[in-house]
Design a protein around this ligand. Structure first.
Ligand SMILES: *Cc1c(COP(=O)(O)O)cnc(C)c1O
Length: 411
């Protein structure tokens, strides 16, 4: 038995039995979320006990949907560092700036957390294979955890998905399909193909447990800051699993009395070329509408019609946060800046947060003393690098090589 009391619809509240494989609400078709018996969790684990456990996201086992004795499909995900960014902070006129470096996960992105959890649960509940529509990293992670579980995986991604994510899926033995269009088209194909194969559809937030994996970022963040919450949280937003998962983690800990005070103001960050959440937020709309012709090289942000638009907008509004879109050049500039000032080659999606922070600072939405945490969702290594100068090629005699180096670097 797990500590999950039930799984409920985030819109109509209809309750579902967690002993069955679950997808979306059987009455209204909306997103489901696991609810816990938090009194029982509190009676079963203490902050001290947690500290004694090995690092990683399964440290928070009682706040995961795992049954007693259920063995996770894991590669050691989670336990990523919350890095202080003093040089970047000074550059931006800030004082308290943090990044949770999710690029240090297996698979080089935070998708590892969600897919470890979802594939663990689905395997236990009898799944025989998986289909996943993806913008890249989720497909790679699904393939990797599928291999780890010994189950077949089909990955459907748009053409133009970063080659490393495709290679990651292929080398792990997945069937990989590319197509014209976006993750939206991939999702339609996955939804039709999965039942024909008798495989489980892992589409973003169309089953309740990827969210529980992403939630562990929030649980870790709480512990990382010694059971405090920052003032502001910046999240690079595609399908929104972390945007929903992190506050969910905070809220559960608050309900247990482990955290106090207001949740951080949550800001969704998107790219100018695909900003459905930003648009809906500005318009005061209750949910998102599909973005035409989504384009951005930040693949994880290329999600034109997120399934959980309604739920994301609710979080942004309830926490007093907001939504910001940034340009492709601002993303590339930020990617180089973060690497140069802090030594972190982060993914374009997370670099977008730094570009957005500039905007928020300019607008006065954050000030010098605001404590800001950014979720650096992936490693830059998995992507085509931003434009960089060519290295200086040395040629000639050893004397000439030295002369050329001296010409470039003057003491
Ligand atoms: C998937 C992804 C995102 C977007 O995450 P969502 O939970 O879908 O909003 C951001 N950054 C990277 C690197 C990703 O792989």
């Amino acid at each position: 038995m797990s500590f999950v009391s039930h799984v409920e619809c985030t819109v109509c509240g209809h309750r579902h039995d967690p002993k069955r494989p679950l997808t979306v609400c059987e009455t209204c078709g909306q997103m489901l979320a696991a609810r816990y018996d938090l009194e029982r969790v509190k009676a079963s684990v203490s902050k001290d006990a947690l500290r004694q456990r090995p690092p990683g996201m399964y440290r928070f086992r009682e706040l995961t949907p795992l049954d007693a004795g259920e063995v996770p499909v894991t590669l050691g995900e989670g336990g990523t560092p919350l890095l202080a960014l003093p040089r970047l902070a000074a550059h931006l006129g800030m004082r308290r700036l943090w990044a949770k470096d999710e690029g240090q996960n297996p698979t080089g992105s935070f998708k590892a957390r969600g897919l470890s959890m979802a594939i663990t649960r689905a395997r236990t509940l009898g799944a025989r294979g998986f289909v996943i529509p993806s913008a890249g990293n989720a497909g790679g992670a699904a393939a990797v955890y599928g291999a780890r579980a010994g189950l077949p995986v089909a990955v459907i991604v748009p053409r133009g998905t970063p080659p490393a994510a495709i290679a990651e899926a292929q080398i792990a033995g997945a069937h990989v399909f590319t197509l014209e269009g976006s993750i939206l088209t991939a999702g339609r194909v996955a939804a039709k193909v999965a039942p024909e194969l008798g495989w489980f559809d892992l589409s973003t937030l169309k089953e309740p447990y990827r969210l529980e994996g992403k939630k562990t970022i929030g649980l870790e963040l709480a512990a990382d800051l010694d059971w405090r919450m920052p003032d502001v949280l910046l999240y690079p937003t595609g399908g929104g699993t972390g945007l929903l998962g992190i506050p969910k983690g905070y809220e559960e800990l608050r309900a247990m009395g482990w955290l106090a005070g207001a949740l951080p103001r949550v800001f969704a960050v998107q790219a100018d070329g695909c900003a459905p959440v930003v648009k809906a937020f500005r318009e005061g709309a209750p949910t998102t509408t599909a973005w035409e012709n989504p384009t951005t090289h930040a693949a994880g942000l290329r999600v034109p019609s997120p399934f959980a638009g309604r739920q994301m907008l609710r979080v942004l509004r309830e926490t007093g946060g907001g939504a910001v879109a940034v340009s492709e050049t601002a993303i590339q500039d930020a990617q180089r800046l973060v690497a140069r000032l802090e030594g972190i080659w982060t993914a374009p999606e997370s670099a977008a947060l730094v570009a957005a922070l500039r905007v928020l600072k300019g607008r006065g939405d954050v000030v010098r003393d605001t404590e800001v945490t950014m979720i650096f969702t992936g490693a830059g290594l998995k992507y085509e690098p931003p434009p960089l100068p060519s290295p200086v090629d040395l040629a000639g005699s050893e004397e000439e090589l030295l002369a050329q180096v001296r010409r470039v670097i003057r003491p």
